[in-house]
Design a protein around this ligand. Structure first.
Ligand code: PGA
Length: 253
């Protein structure tokens, strides 16, 4: 059975005083002993040093430079992140694709740099509302995923996040997610875990986890609260393993 992932993206939220939330998450994750669920938290880069070494949660970053080192003011390299104990890093989030014009080619190079430093990239892909309305979401997302994958694609995770579902309170439907995840599964192969993101919370996670080829979640808003965030991970305890994955019948490994 493919491992499960619940990854929290704190975005631009988190000051010193919020370290206590990370400690709470660490405590809750240890206490709940969720089998096969890898809990990752991606706070702002400024909190990574203080959060290093917390037990029960893996440390993630929200971005990394495509460059190894040198004259890149304001950038943080994969090697610097690895030095802090970071083991996962989001790349290509739609907010960065939109706000700083990050292209899929840049995302792919960033993913390569992360893998070289021993960090697993979490590559985000997703269609804007316009493409969904035009009926071209599948083509749009698969082209974006293909161009964003690193050379060693088996080392990454892919997160499908429809842009219109992020922070809107409206998740994609099970059919929409299932259709895209099937395409991503064919494209990336059976070793790449596929996450869904976009208004996931403790209430909808159990039903979303039943969709074929959904191996976890990338969670924004609900990850800011330790109880709500761990509630998403708990969905895997309360929900049965999807039928197609019983007895190792799935291609997802
Ligand atoms: P959301 O954000 O859960 O608040 O919709 C998800 C994301 O942007 O990764």
């Amino acid at each position: 059975m493919q491992d499960r992932y619940v990854i929290g993206n704190w975005k631009m939220n988190g000051c010193k005083g919020d370290l206590v939330k990370l400690a709470q998450m660490s405590h809750l994750a240890r206490k709940s002993r969720l089998p096969d669920v890898t809990v990752v938290v991606c706070p702002p880069a400024t909190m990574l040093w203080s959060a290093a070494g917390m037990v029960g949660i893996h440390l993630g970053a929200q971005d990394a430079s495509e460059h190894e080192a040198g004259p890149h003011t304001g950038e943080i390299s994969a090697a610097i992140l690895a030095d802090l104990g970071v083991t996962y890093c989001i790349v290509g989030h739609s907010e960065r694709r939109e706000s700083v014009g990050e292209t899929s080619e840049v995302v792919s190079r960033k993913a390569d740099a992360l893998i070289n430093a021993g960090i697993r990239p979490v590559i985000c892909v997703g269609e804007p509302l316009e493409q969904r309305r035009l009926g071209s979401a599948v083509d749009y997302v698969s082209a974006m995923a293909e161009a964003s994958l690193p050379t060693e694609s088996g080392a990454c995770l892919l997160a499908y996040e429809p842009v219109w579902a992020i922070g809107s309170g409206e998740t994609a439907t099970c059919d929409q997610i299932g259709e895209i995840h099937e395409v991503l599964h064919q494209l990336a192969g059976p070793n790449v875990p596929l996450l869904y993101g976009g208004s996931v919370n403790a209430d909808n996670a159990a039903s979303l986890s039943q969709i074929d080829n959904v191996h976890g979640f990338l969670v924004g808003n609900a990850s800011l609260d330790p109880y709500r965030f761990l509630g998403v991970a708990e969905a895997y305890r309360s929900s049965a393993v999807p039928r197609h994955e019983e007895g190792g019948a799935t291609g997802a490994r």
